[in-house]
Design a protein around this ligand. Structure first.
Ligand SMILES: [Zn+2]
Length: 261
């Protein structure tokens, strides 16, 4: 009896939460229209992504930096892209951080790193996105909005940064997020190591690559760049690195290449 009451109570609470966090239809439609990366989603997945994006907006705090103004269209577009990789994983996968900082354009970041020989290296980088371990996700809206033709938004920058967030659930960004039960860590490592080495060799030889050569920077960047490719150009990724595609399909519990584009 109590269990049934609690179940009803939970359901009512959940319904209230969903009502409170629902993204308006025209705002949602406008965001989807500008996001070709969502093109593979079917009629069952789209409303689920809308609900998840509403919960994301309720749970996370968006902050405009510099003179970046935030409106519901911008926030909805960011939430939709951020939630695409976790559509089948749930918002719990983004635990441990709360803030998305949005700059109007690329931002400068000072990096200090001490190498194995104890030498301090200082560098200043211009970034379109960054994800801090247990800290915020930082994005350049200028880069997201500038990239696509006809007002389309670039979904890749946000997917890249939230992929780092998923990777960092198991420590630093090393290209190995916590795998689901039933996934084989050895199969993951084999597929990713072979593909990473192949890409590094191709980049070192100056060959044209099917994947953004920035992926050759480190295993962490490889995972983030290939996560972008998994959602943005899935058929090309599957053709280039079929075993990596298969592992990412198991990890994200999605198969974008199987859908018609
Ligand atoms: Zn990165």
């Amino acid at each position: 009896m109590f269990a049934r009451f609690r179940h009803r109570f939970t359901r009512a609470k959940r319904a209230r939460l969903l009502r409170r966090t629902r993204i308006g239809y025209s705002t949602w439609h406008d965001a989807c229209r500008r996001l070709p990366v969502l093109g593979y989603l079917d009629r069952e997945q789209r409303p689920r992504l809308r609900r998840l994006a509403g919960l994301f907006l309720a749970e996370k705090t968006m902050v405009g930096a510099g003179d970046q103004a935030l409106d519901e269209h911008l926030c909805t577009a960011i939430a939709a892209q951020a939630c695409l990789p976790i559509l089948e994983l749930g918002l719990e996968a983004y635990g441990g951080w709360r803030t998305v900082i949005v700059y109007p354009d690329t931002f400068l970041v000072d990096h200090r790193e001490v190498d194995d020989a104890g030498v301090l290296h200082e560098s200043r980088q211009e970034l379109a996105g960054e994800a801090w371990e247990q800290g915020p996700v930082i994005l350049s809206w200028g880069d997201i909005a500038r990239a696509g033709p006809g007002g389309d938004l670039d979904g890749g920058i946000i997917i890249h940064e939230v992929a780092h967030k998923l990777d960092m659930l198991s420590g630093g960004p090393n290209g190995m997020p916590p795998l689901h039960r039933g996934m084989d860590p050895a199969a993951w490592t084999e597929a990713f190591s072979a593909a990473y080495e192949a890409l590094r060799d191709a980049v070192a030889a100056g060959e044209a690559t099917a994947i953004d050569p920035y992926a050759a920077e480190s295993p962490g960047e490889f995972f983030a760049v290939l996560s972008e490719a998994f959602f943005e150009t899935p058929a090309r990724l599957q053709a280039s690195f079929p075993r990596v595609y298969a592992q990412l399909a198991l990890f994200y519990r999605q198969d974008p290449a199987a859908a018609d584009h």
